[in-house]
Design a protein around this ligand. Structure first.
Ligand SMILES: NC(=O)C1=CN([C@@H]2O[C@H](COP(=O)(O)OP(=O)(O)OC[C@H]3O[C@@H](n4cnc5c(N)ncnc54)[C@H](O)[C@@H]3O)[C@@H](O)[C@H]2O)[C@H](O)CC1
Ligand SMILES: [K+]
Length: 486
């Protein structure tokens, strides 16, 4: 399930045209694919009105109308801005439809099913008043509402919306557009489905699906012992925030960390040791690491939950990053504005939008309106892995790959939920051989705990401490997915 920006879609179309597959043909494929997807959702008793604009999005709607009519559906076409230019691909498809003998054009948009083919990736704000009026009229209709590619009035790449078609579902062509994962634009999409139009998938941005997680979760062999996966080192918790270390540690233990050393204050160790008897403790590990000392033979490290930014932090991070082969997660207090040099294993930063704003200098609003782009840019520039938390957590890698997480909900919007995520990532860095898969699966698993919670509990009531307790059931589901993928 790939994600393409407007620019990428334009380049893909251009390449296809150059290589012999013109937009006219892609439009034909789009219409046929849209028909297949839509026919399963509607009946021949229902009337379908396709509101088509003058661009290629409208052309897709015109081809869809032909397939519906050929197959006995009651379809009509509404052209509020007039017919497309005769020489354009959409204009040629309209001429072909007319030549087939169908008199489908109407001035009447009332129907059981309304298809929005007004504006697609070619829309650039501000929305003209004429188009806004049509979108408003469509929204007022009581009908099943379907958008082609993206809801009209929504931009492909940003989440900002002034006025848009409110779809019940959207049939996305070739792949998703970033705005399907941004707020508030996401709300206008309704349910989404990708329609294949015969082009190879070439992008480096995609949704990290449950299938991906199942395929990449490592198997546990019967010969495994506590040392099989190596030791995780967690630098977390302080006298005032001992709970952060607890939440991260429990996340790590429940996610399969064989051995865990927690570097924390004496007070915090005393406060949490009873709840995490599996771990060993490095008292004042933070200050020891700041002085250049690390426990022997650690496989991965995470630093930040429950730690304040202070002078020793920079020295501590420096010690960790000096170990070229050591995967390191930087969270909370360890996320500061700094320059990273290229490293064999890129540091993994887990900022929420506020922290992302602090380290990039961009406003939170700007980051949120283009999360995929903002995370991707920082990851490339700084040679780091960015896990930009929030709805649809974005994972961006220095090589340009970006994964968007489909799991999770507002139940996770609580203090402490990020601490558990850090622990889960730490455990997965120990158990996975691929850093990318470790990060993506950890984020997927973390979000899935909230999805499981809302099956029986209210979003509001979930606490961060519920996350580790929900991991075993979610892990079982993932393990089943893994077995099915074998
Ligand atoms: N590879 C693919 O995915 C393919 C997708 N297809 C479809 O093509 C559209 C994009 O088509 P394009 O012609 O570039 O643009 P649109 O149809 O989205 O829009 C052009 C249309 O919109 C008007 N317009 C632009 N901005 C505004 C505004 N602010 N207010 C009002 N009107 C505006 C403009 O004047 C034009 O009339 C993509 O979404 C897919 O649906 C191809 O069919 C095949 C390949
Ligand atoms: K549309």
């Amino acid at each position: 399930m790939h994600i393409y920006s407007e620019k990428e879609i334009r380049e893909i179309d251009h390449q296809a045209e150059k290589n012999g597959l013109p937009v006219f043909t892609l439009m034909e494929n789009a219409g046929a694919g849209l028909y297949k997807a839509l026919a399963g959702k509607i009946s021949k008793r229902q009337t379908v009105c396709i509101a088509a604009g003058k661009g290629n999005n409208g052309g897709d709607g015109i081809v869809l109308a032909r397939y519906l009519l050929i197959n006995g559906y009651q379809a009509s076409i509404y052209l509020p801005f007039g017919p497309p230019d005769e020489s354009s691909p959409a204009g040629k498809h309209l001429a072909y439809l007319r030549a087939c003998g169908y008199n489908a054009e109407t001035e009447w948009l009332h129907a059981d099913v309304l298809v929005d083919a007004l504006l697609g990736t070619g829309f650039h704000p501000p929305l003209k008043e004429e188009a806004a009026g049509v979108i408003r009229a469509l929204n007022e209709e009581k009908a099943m509402k379907v958008s082609i590619d993206l809801p009209s009035g929504i931009q492909a790449d940003t989440g900002t919306v002034n006025e848009g078609f409110e779809a019940d579902f959207t049939l996305c062509l070739h792949g998703f557009k970033p705005s399907a994962f941004l707020m508030p634009s996401e709300r206008y999409y309704g349910e989404t489905e990708v329609v294949d139009i015969g082009l190879p998938q070439t992008g480096n941005k995609r949704v990290w699906s449950g299938e991906d997680a199942g395929m990449t979760l490592p198997a546990i062999h019967s010969t495994a012992h506590k040392g099989t996966f190596g030791t995780g080192y967690l630098l977390a918790g302080s006298d005032t925030m001992p709970g952060s270390a607890l939440l991260a540690a429990k996340g790590a233990i429940r996610s399969g960390a064989g051995k865990l050393i927690i570097g924390t204050s004496r007070f915090a160790a005393g406060a949490i040791a009873g709840a995490v008897p599996e771990a060993t403790y490095e008292i004042d590990g933070f200050y020891k690491t700041a002085k250049g000392k690390l426990p022997d033979k650690i496989k991965a490290a995470a630093i930040g939950p429950g730690l304040e930014e202070e002078d020793a932090m920079e020295r501590c991070v420096k010690t960790l990053l000096a170990e070229e082969d050591l995967p390191v997660v930087l969270d909370a207090g360890a996320i500061q504005k700094r320059k990273y040099s290229k490293r064999k294993i890129p540091p993994i930063l887990t900022p929420h939008p506020g922290e992302m704003s602090r380290i990039t200098g961009l406003s939170i609003e700007d980051i949120q309106s283009r999360r995929i782009e903002a995370a991707g840019q920082y990851a490339k520039e700084q040679h780091v892995i960015v896990v930009l938390k929030g709805r649809h957590t974005v994972m961006a890698f220095p090589d340009g790959d970006v994964y968007v997480n489909p799991t999770g909900n507002a139940a996770l919007a609580k203090g402490g939920s990020g601490d558990s995520l850090t622990g889960i990532i730490l455990a997965f860095l120990c158990t996975h051989s691929s850093i990318k898969e470790a990060v993506a699966n950890a984020v997927y698993l973390h979000g899935s705990t909230a999805d499981l919670w809302v099956e029986s509990g209210g979003e509001r009531s979930m606490a961060a401490s519920d996350i580790p307790e929900l991991i075993p059931a979610v892990m079982k589901k993932l393990e089943e997915k893994r077995r099915r993928a074998e």
